[in-house]
Design a protein around this ligand. Sequence first.
Ligand SMILES: NC(=O)c1ccc[n+]([C@@H]2O[C@H](COP(=O)([O-])OP(=O)(O)OC[C@H]3O[C@@H](n4cnc5c(N)ncnc54)[C@H](OP(=O)(O)O)[C@@H]3O)[C@@H](O)[C@H]2O)c1
Length: 267
Amino acid sequence: MEKIAFIGAGNMAEALIRGIIRDRLVAPEEIIAGEVNPGRREEVSRELGIRVTGDNREAVAGAGIVILAVKPQSLDPVLEKIAGEITGDQLVISILAGVSTRRIEERLGNEVPVIRVMPNTPALVGAGVSVISPGRRAGEDALATARTILGAVGEVRVLEEKMIDAVTALSGSGPAYFFLLVEAMIRAGEKLGLPREEAERLAGETLAGAGRLLKESGRTAEELRRQVTSPGGTTEAAVAVFRERGLEKIVIAALEAAARRSKELGG
Ligand SMILES: NC(=O)c1ccc[n+]([C@@H]2O[C@H](COP(=O)([O-])OP(=O)(O)OC[C@H]3O[C@@H](n4cnc5c(N)ncnc54)[C@H](OP(=O)(O)O)[C@@H]3O)[C@@H](O)[C@H]2O)c1
């Protein structure tokens, strides 16, 4: 794989860099990051063993792949700065929420292929799921490259960009919904008389175990739920309350709100 430049060396960039090095997609010397924060520059170069610079133009020069990993509000000045340096031979991968491939293509010009990615935070432990969407000029080779890079931090799915608001609502923001449920289960456990630490441990392990079971058993969520829900039993009593109080409706309304917000932010 060609040299990779990251623009922005924050949390998500770090997760990707660690995955890329772990999977030996390129050697650390073949990775460079452009980062504004001097303290962070020092930290990243020390911990990851890659080159880090304060000059984004220097970062993108000579890189075959440029990964945009700044916050969306920092994008415009970044694109303005690097536009003259980027050519159609390079591939630009953006992980910025709410920024279309078209917007990046227009700012960069030069027939530059762009791929948009919606990752999620479990990428920080190599268990993410990322959806990648090709822009107008990104062909099969570009998609394959993006697939390999994002594959270093979890699963990868390819979907059309018009689905990105739904993806953002489901897998992009999704980890937080499960954390919210865990928080509520901890409070419920305490209310039922468990010490807080035990409730935290039990709820956290239950979420992690349920996730692993769903992934590894080859069964659907519905099958696994039925398996533990014996008629007249304890799980059935709880599920009945979830249903009576409209859990499914709440979840649908919540994801619709997230998708709407994603659309608004993307303009
Ligand atoms: N779906 C998801 O769950 C998900 C999760 C995380 C991230 N994302 C996307 O990933 C992107 C990165 O998020 P993150 O959490 O990694 O953010 P982050 O930790 O804030 O990282 C961004 C880094 O870029 C630096 N930076 C800002 N302006 C810059 C510039 N002009 N040139 C070079 N570096 C610059 C920042 O420095 P300062 O701190 O000094 O500004 C910071 O170190 C975001 O756009 C977000 O939308 C998606």
